[in-house]
Write a protein that binds this ligand. Sequence first.
Ligand code: ZN
Ligand code: ZN
Length: 413
Amino acid sequence: MTAPVLDPVRLARLADVAVHVGLNLQPGQDLVLTAPVEALPLVREIAASAYRAGAGVVTPLLSDDEIARARFRNGRDGSFDRAPDWLYRGMAEAFDAGAARMAIAGADPMALAAEDPEKVARANKANSLAYKPALSKISNFDINWTIAAFPTAGWARQVFPDLPEDEAVAKLADAIFAASRVAGEDPVAAWAEHNAALAARTAWLNGERFDALHFTGPGTDLTVGLAEGHEWQGGASTAQNGVTCNANIPTEEVFTTPHARRVDGTVRATKPLSYNGALIEEIEMRFEDGRAVEARSGKGGTVLERMLDSDEGARRLGEVALVPFGSPISQTGLLFYNTLFDENAACHIAMGQCYSKCFLDGASLSPEEIAQKGGNSSMIHVDWMIGGPQTDIDGVRADGSREPVFRKGEWAR
Ligand code: ZN
Ligand code: ZN
């Protein structure tokens, strides 16, 4: 394995952004870090940055595609329903004791494409079950956590299939550095400015308290009712441990909870959706009373249908998010096959589970109260892109009056 050398200056800046902006790691705080083994150059920079910031103990956990494949090729059958429970229990214990969590995204999305799908599904299920207690501390936002990205060769091959591997990795690295805002001299200051801009957007939307958003564009005429007591979020937010962090590096979206029973009209996707290793193209849906009653697509129709039939909540929306067409990720024009990047390239909606943190006083609400206010629940949360250069959005107030929110893909004010 020969890895092309990445620009050490921007790699170190990305590490600093992940530690200081992504986590806002506190002096004395431990860090649990997971990453693909190819990301070791970034992991080393992150550990150094974390210790400079006064970290307690940094524990990296590296995964390797070759070893994962060796398991599926050589492991005995009974072993695929097992997971390292002890490790996940230890992670949950670390979070309870105040550790922060960082994940490096970018593993080869096709790493297990040639393995027995039944064994892979069994292993994934065992892993999800074992990881659940630790994961719930992340989804409840008990602790400061973040995801950043590293350009592995496998990921780069998928994004730039026609380029030699070295060039593909270099191009993906440029895109990651630009989107993560580490191209300039002082990325931490650039992030402070970006977070302030996102905070101004959410403050305006939270002040307006729109009853619904009306999206129009080619193939789209969709009214998305917003949940009662919804709250717009975006950029930095404060975890239950009191630390303000940026859970995603990069991030461009402001987002909130739609009303699961008040979505009506038609909507057309503006980008293909990469889901479970398949590509679903040209999605169109029609909603009635919050439910997707018709769904069509070009390629990937069977995968789309199976996704929508996951459970009762899978045909209803759990998120609506606004991203201007001029945002840096959108301007690359690339399909990244990675949600961290693709969902930050365009306005999107998500089928399935809503975020309880997107409600006023969300942490104090019971699941029943969230459902009553219009929050959806499902085992899936799948974002798909519906925004483009011709997207107009009106905010609709309870009295029916309207306010322009987006015009031609950009903020109207
Ligand atoms: Zn989103
Ligand atoms: Zn989402």
